[in-house]
Design a protein around this ligand. Structure first.
Ligand SMILES: O=P(O)(O)OC[C@H]1O[C@](O)(CO)[C@@H](O)[C@@H]1O
Ligand SMILES: [Mn+2]
Length: 421
């Protein structure tokens, strides 16, 4: 499905969702809730029309901490066009327009009090969590079993385990809801048993570079500290794979703290917010499956003890590419500099890391990052957008000749590392 079709479809789903929740708004806020529902629906119908008829991109009119930054970015887009042309939905960069649509959804809710706090994607995120529960259960059981036997593990065995869980987290990224226009895209089967078959689809495998960083902690003395950061992507199955990975890194003594970075508001349908993060841990804890509930308990404790830390920053929901972070969000850049390893989950992060440009397939990843080198970093992403760097000579060409949609189907993945250069 093309962006042109996918984005209006997402807006249609937003409108349906708000409409479906009318009674809830009535119960919560009385007549005022109903008025707000009408207001939000008319905002989103108008927005969908602007999109479909290629109207100019408008400045934001809410008063949020990032409103001015967005409006300045629009001014900057105007300077890129010649002879006074206006940036419009189809004549602006895809990355910008797509981010802009999600920001307009936030604006629509913000301008519709008292229902402003309503997350229009919450229903589908929850649904996808429940749909993939069997697959999550088997991961939780695997982790608990691993914990039972890991005390006698050699480094080779630990390496093998962490490689497995990195791959699980990679394939977990297939499950985002924006690419499917909000349709169910959950994980139905355990990925663990398919890892060997999927190996052939990993186009860049830098897992050993990560291993070398993590091994330093395992082999170091008790004083040593290793901080891993995970820039989260989707809630649902993917988030649980990230939790499993983070838990294993601590349990296997490969890291001492894991910092998670989530979105400040609803984003790209399934992206993780603070509420999704807490909800997921709570849900795992409360299930009647002993393995999953044990996982939930440990994760809650990790947060309490400061071994896990959750961060949010509005930079993650700006349209800016990451090479501008040091300038646009210096505080966040400084925070990431404290890390020993930053894992960027998902496709959108990859697009922002590389600036969503038409790079040659063989350009080194570090070069495509331009000045963005806060710490050693790694992208863990399935390919859903037509940007890919760091491939061996001839690989991109060979794939293009064989499969026209190899860059957007989510079938291929990378675990791609860049040291600090
Ligand atoms: O959740 P992810 O992996 O970032 O995927 C989201 C991707 O889906 C799309 O919305 C559809 O291709 C892309 O713009 C975006 O890169
Ligand atoms: Mn996403």
């Amino acid at each position: 499905m093309k962006v042109k079709d996918r984005l209006p479809q997402i807006l249609t789903k937003v409108i349906d969702t708000i409409h479906r929740n009318k009674n809830k708004f009535l119960e919560d806020y009385g007549e005022e809730g109903i008025e707000a529902e009408k207001k939000a629906i008319s905002f989103f119908s108008k927005l969908r029309n602007e999109l479909q008829t290629d109207k100019p991109i408008l400045a934001l009119s809410d008063q949020q901490p990032d409103t001015q930054i967005w409006n300045q970015y629009l001014d900057y887009q105007k300077t890129l066009l010649s002879n006074g042309e206006e940036p419009s939905w189809f004549r602006s960069p895809w990355l910008y327009v797509e981010c802009y649509m999600y920001r307009r959804i936030q604006e629509g809710m913000c301008l519709s009090p008292p229902i402003s706090g309503f997350d229009v994607f919450e229903d589908v995120k929850k649904e996808s969590f429940f749909q993939s529960q069997p697959a999550m259960l088997s991961l939780c059981a695997h982790l608990q079993e691993l914990k039972g036997k890991m005390s006698g593990f050699s480094n080779t065995e630990v390496r093998e385990e962490i490689h497995k869980l990195l791959q699980v987290s990679l394939w977990g990224n297939k499950c985002d809801l924006s690419i499917s226009g909000g349709q169910d895209n959950s994980q139905k089967t355990s990925v663990l048993s398919s890892l060997e078959d999927f190996k052939a689809f990993i186009l860049v495998d830098d897992m050993d570079s990560l291993w070398n960083i993590l091994l330093r902690n395992r082999d170091g003395n008790n004083e040593s500290r290793t901080r891993v950061d995970i820039v989260l992507d989707n809630a649902g199955f993917e988030l649980v794979t990230d939790f499993i990975l983070a838990d294993a890194m601590l349990s296997l003594n490969l890291a001492t703290e894991v910092h998670f970075h989530g979105k400040v508001g609803p984003w790209y349908v399934s992206d993780t917010t603070k509420h999704d993060y807490d909800w997921t841990i709570q849900k795992c804890l409360a299930t009647n499956n002993k393995w999953m509930s044990k996982c939930g308990q440990t994760w809650k404790e990790n947060l309490k003890k400061g071994r896990w830390v959750y961060h949010q920053h509005l930079f993650w929901t700006l349209p800016h590419e990451y090479c501008t972070m040091a300038e646009v969000a210096p505080d966040l850049y400084t925070e990431l500099q404290k890390s020993d390893l930053v894992l960027f989950k998902g496709d959108l992060n990859y697009r922002k890391l590389t600036g969503d440009r038409k790079w040659d397939y063989t350009v080194p990843f570090s070069e495509a990052l331009r000045s963005f080198h806060p710490a050693p970093l790694c992208s863990i992403r399935t390919l859903k957008a037509d940007v890919q760097v760091g491939l061996q000579e001839g690989v991109g060409e060979r794939l293009s000749a064989a499969e026209t949609d190899w860059m957007i189907s989510g079938k291929y993945g990378v675990i791609q590392f860049s040291p600090v250069v």
